[in-house]
Design a protein. Structure first.
Lengths: 247, 241
């Protein structure tokens, strides 16, 4: 077992790109032992290479729940989990296939449940831990052509609140983030270059801050929530969203 | 990741900066080499801050204080609004004067200070404003109709100001604590009542000024660069919305 007594061990799902990658890099710079996974192997390898150059020590690609057991086996513990893996499949409800629906619910909700449950089993034994789950502004407001995404993200917010209450007595904090439009591969997915450009302009004119967010701006919020700076914050949805939703 | 010393040399104004939460934030900003000015009706215990005796509900006094502070370096970078009163009273016993006094200090005071600070922030295209609201704005409470109204008003004020000022690189956010262990609630609540509140807090402790200071520093810093109009609920999980 690799001794990790002086380092936090942090697991990041969806670490292959976007907000997961930016968070992996930031936490690795802080000195965390960062373990990432992603269903896209090239992404996870690329992030791992970046973490190496950012002076961290460890990464591990995998895509199943058993991986958590492997991580604990290797590093002895999990201090922090950033449950962030997400996909999108845009469609009107009228044209949405059951596969498109199930893909989003399974990836976001069931996937997050699996990772949280596995990590929490370890955290409970040490009465310590922090989790951040990537929800969305769309947990609060809806948007057309994304009923599956909105349902999944709202479910994640609900999961966050339930976990926060259930594990507060164990000294474990669970929060959600509700990012606004962040310039990530996922925001571009399913859109042609022209469609993305139009979407970006629409976001920029509608957002009070008049620009898309950068993955690093989300990473800084995740870093805060996982840290000792936020020891009295649990069960909350924190929204780095450029003012898209205020409630 | 936040640059080291990002607060160095920033001109910060803290209303209620002699109190529990405001005082802790003032001390922390001094430690981070910001230039700290405290507006309060009672004297600051900190030697390093510039103290001005100001009633935040007094328009002329607020304008004069901010004008004088702003002139020193021709800027004001941070405004932290903490000045407030908490005087619980049964609803039918609330006089119009009670109501006005709480609204005047807790809400109108925030408006006056924000307006005065923005006169400097707007032309310099930089500003960070953090306003302290309260979970009572959402949850209500017994004998706090006037206080709840004032704290709810702060949330509306902050959102409006956030939208209006975002394009000028001025970020406005709020913090909603639950009961925090400071002289303010201790003046009206017994030790026993304070302790009993723990039972309603999932993390099983009363919040302290350190919790509020960390939240405030986060909102003042570049770590929250994509957050505006948001309410950070630092409450140990006692209310989840």
């Amino acid at each position: 077992m690799v001794a990790a007594a002086n380092s936090r061990v942090t697991v990041i799902t969806g670490g292959g790109s976007g907000m997961g990658r930016a968070t992996a890099i930031q936490l690795a710079r802080r000195g965390d032992l960062v373990c990432i996974c992603d269903f896209k192997e090239d992404g996870v390898k690329a992030t791992a290479a970046l973490i190496e150059s950012a002076a961290s020590r460890r990464r591990e690609p995998a895509q199943v729940k058993a991986w958590i057991v492997e991580v604990i086996g290797k590093f002895g513990k999990i201090d922090c989990l950033f449950s962030n893996a997400g996909v999108n499949a845009r469609s009107t409800v009228a044209n949405m296939t059951l596969d498109q629906w199930t893909l989003l619910i399974d990836t976001h909700v069931t996937g997050s449940f699996n990772f949280c449950q596995a990590a929490l089993r370890d955290m409970v034994t040490r009465k310590s831990g922090a989790i951040v789950i990537t929800s969305s502004d769309f947990a609060i407001v809806g948007v057309p052509n994304a009923a599956n995404y909105c349902a999944a993200k709202t479910a994640l917010y609900s999961l966050t609140k339930s976990l926060a209450l259930e594990f507060a007595p164990h000294g474990i904090r669970v929060n959600a983030i509700g990012p606004g439009p962040i310039d990530t591969p996922l925001l571009r997915a399913g859109r042609t270059a022209e469609e993305f450009d139009n979407a970006r302009k629409a976001f920029e004119s509608r957002l009070p801050i008049k620009r898309l967010g950068q993955p690093e701006e989300v990473a800084a919020v995740v870093d805060f929530l996982l840290s000792d700076r936020a020891t009295f914050i649990t069960g909350q949805l924190i929204q780095p969203n450029g003012g898209q939703v205020m409630w | 990741m936040t640059e080291n010393n990002e607060h160095q040399g920033r001109i910060a104004v803290i209303t209620g900066g002699s109190g529990g939460i405001g005082g802790a934030i003032a001390r922390r900003l001094c430690d981070e080499d910001a230039i700290v000015h405290v507006l309060d009706t009672k004297e600051s215990a900190l030697a390093a801050v510039g103290y001005r005796q100001v009633d935040v509900s007094d328009e002329a006094a607020v304008d004069a204080a901010f004008g004088a502070i702003g002139k020193i370096a021709d800027k004001i970078d941070y405004l932290v609004c903490c000045a407030g009163i908490y005087r619980p009273k049964p609803f039918l016993e609330l006089s119009l004067e009670d109501w006005r006094q709480t609204l005047q200090i807790n809400l109108t005071g925030y408006f006056l200070c924000c307006r005065a600070a923005l006169r400097f922030m707007r032309p310099q295209k930089f500003g960070r404003i953090v306003m302290f609201s309260s979970m009572i704005a959402r949850t209500g409470g017994i004998e706090v109709g006037h206080y709840a109204a004032s704290k709810g008003g702060i949330l509306g004020l902050a959102r409006a100001l956030a939208v209006e000022s975002a394009a000028e690189n001025i970020r406005v956010n709020t913090i909603s604590p639950t009961i925090t262990d400071t002289p303010l609630p201790r003046a009206v609540l017994s030790d026993e009542v304070m302790q009993s509140r723990k039972a309603h807090i999932p993390l099983a402790r009363i919040g302290d000024v350190q919790d509020m200071t960390e939240a405030c520093m986060f909102l003042l810093s570049g770590d929250s660069s994509y957050m505006l109009g948001q309410d950070l609920r630092v409450n140990g999980g006692s209310t989840l919305w």
